[in-house]
Design a protein around this ligand. Structure first.
Ligand SMILES: Nc1ncnc2c1ncn2[C@@H]1O[C@H](COP(=O)(O)OP(=O)(O)OP(=O)(O)O)[C@@H](O)[C@H]1O
Length: 219
């Protein structure tokens, strides 16, 4: 009988570092995610959360270390072609087509829009949407395009309380189906059993206006 081998993680970051403009942004990051797993990235402004997601999306390459999908390096071109088809992405740039209707923006997946509370707006032009509605449209698109790995950059910005609950719900359902979710966020979000990775600040912290105000309070 062969000895038991632990399953290969779906996604594995091995000692990953990343440079931008000759500056080290991420240093020796190690993360392992299996199907149904979740990772929440937190950290101060500029700590590298978006850089981390962009690297996972293949927009930039690690300067050291490896990102492995099913044990294969995603930067190999043959692998990358398959890997990128696994990804679904939300960023602050919402990539909504302004002149299209809400429905046409998500390939006519009306049930996804209804789930996100946008059923009434399907025929409206997308440029009419409020910020929170635009974010809900992005969430509907996550549901309409069935891909296992979700990369979500600040997904709850502009959402109201109900919108945040919807986001948490769809993340939970996606994970139950074996999907993987990676979220970069400043805002509180409830994701059961998520790994939390707090990226360290990149620069020694200088005094900010808030520190000055706090000092003024003490004296
Ligand atoms: N295209 C780029 N070229 C050079 N440097 C960049 C580029 N994009 C980001 N950076 C730098 O990388 C650092 C990390 O930026 P990043 O956007 O990843 O941080 P973040 O944690 O997502 O920040 P925030 O909380 O403000 O969204 C910043 O110092 C930023 O100036």
């Amino acid at each position: 009988m062969s000895p038991w081998k632990p399953p290969t993680p779906r996604l594995l970051l091995k000692n990953v570092s990343c440079m931008r403009n000759a500056q080290q942004i991420l240093r020796h990051v190690n993360v392992s995610l299996h199907d149904g797993g979740a990772l929440v990235l937190t950290g101060t402004n500029g700590s590298g959360k978006s850089t981390f997601l962009r690297m996972l999306a293949g927009f930039s390459k690690p300067s050291a270390g490896e990102i492995l999908w099913n044990g294969h390096d995603i930067t190999q071109s043959g692998i990358f072609q398959q890997y990128k088809l696994q990804l679904n992405w939300i960023s602050l740039k919402d990539a909504i087509k302004e002149r299209f209707t809400v429905l046409d923006n998500i390939g006519k997946a009306q049930p996804a829009l209804e789930l996100m509370g946008l059923g009434r707006l399907v025929k409206e032009k997308s440029r009419m949407l409020s910020m929170g509605q635009r974010k809900r449209l992005q969430l509907a698109r996550l549901l309409a395009i069935d891909r296992p790995i979700w990369l979500l950059d600040e997904p709850s910005v502009a959402l109201d309380d109900e919108g945040v609950r919807l986001l948490e719900f769809v993340i939970g359902e996606h994970r139950k189906k074996g999907g993987i979710v990676i979220v970069a966020t400043h805002l509180p979000i409830e994701i059961e059993d998520a790994l939390i990775l707090r990226l360290p600040p990149r620069f020694p912290r200088k005094m900010t206006l808030i520190d000055m105000l706090d000092r003024a309070d003490i004296s």
